[in-house]
Design a protein around this ligand. Structure first.
Ligand code: IMP
Ligand code: MG
Length: 177
C-alpha cells in the first residue's frame, strides 16, 4: 500500500488469522448453547468482529456500540464519549464484548459496568490485542489475543486519525518527522 508514513509489520495477517482461530475454539466451547450477544466496540473492532463471527458455528447475535476516547492523536483522553450506546436488550443474556485493543482498559470497563447494571446474565471480554503495560484499571480479558508493546499500532481496524484501518496487518507506526 502506498502510505507515506513509516510502517513495520508487528503481526501479519496470517498470525492474526491463526490467533482468531484459537480464540474461536475457546468461545465455541463456552458459548455453544448460550445464544450469546457479541457486542463489537466500533470503530476499531469492525474487522476483528467480522472475522471472528465467521469462525463461530453456533447461534449468536451481533450488536454494535460506538465509543470514542482518542479524538486526534496517540493518547487516550481518558474521557469516553458515547456515540452509540447500549440501545438493545441485554437482561438475562450472555454477552461477550469484542474489542480491538485493550490499552488503559477504561473503555472495556466502562462497557462492562453498563452491561452488568443492565442485568446481563454474564459479561465477558474478548480482545484481539492488549497492551498489558498500559492498563490503568484492572480488566479481566477472558479471551485474550496478541500482546502489543507500549507502541502505537495501526491496521486491521485500528487507526491513527482515522487512517490505516484498511491495512491487513497490525503495524507499528512511526510518523515522518
Ligand atoms: P482504552 O485505553 O483501553 O480505553 O482503549 C480505547 C481504544 O483506544 C481502543 O479500543 C482502541 O480503539 C484505541 N487504541 C488504543 N491503543 C491504540 C493503538 O495503539 N492504536 C490504535 N488505537 C488504539
Ligand atoms: Mg476500540
Amino acid at each position: 500500500m502506498t502510505f507515506t508514513d513509516k510502517l513495520s509489520v508487528l503481526y501479519s495477517r496470517d498470525e492474526i488469522a491463526s490467533k482468531i482461530k484459537l480464540l474461536a475454539q475457546d468461545i465455541k466451547r463456552d458459548y455453544r448453547d448460550k445464544n450469546p450477544i457479541l457486542i463489537s466496540i466500533l470503530k476499531g473492532s469492525f474487522i476483528f468482529m467480522a472475522d471472528l463471527v465467521r469462525e463461530l458455528d453456533f447461534p449468536l447475535e451481533v450488536e454494535f456500540v460506538r465509543f470514542s476516547s482518542y479524538g486526534k492523536g496517540k493518547k487516550s483522553s481518558g474521557k469516553i464519549e458515547v456515540i452509540q450506546g447500549v440501545t438493545f436488550e441485554v437482561e438475562n443474556r450472555h454477552v461477550l464484548i469484542i474489542d480491538d485493543i485493550v490499552d488503559s482498559g477504561l473503555t472495556c470497563k466502562f462497557l462492562k459496568d453498563i452491561l452488568i447494571e443492565k442485568k446481563a446474565a454474564s459479561v465477558k471480554v474478548c480482545a484481539l490485542s492488549s497492551k498489558p503495560s498500559q492498563h490503568t484499571v484492572p480488566v479481566d480479558i477472558d479471551y485474550s489475543g496478541l500482546i502489543v508493546p507500549d507502541k502505537f499500532v495501526v491496521g486491521y481496524g485500528l487507526d491513527f486519525n482515522q487512517k490505516f484501518r484498511n491495512l491487513p496487518d497490525i503495524c507499528l507506526l512511526e510518523e515522518n518527522k
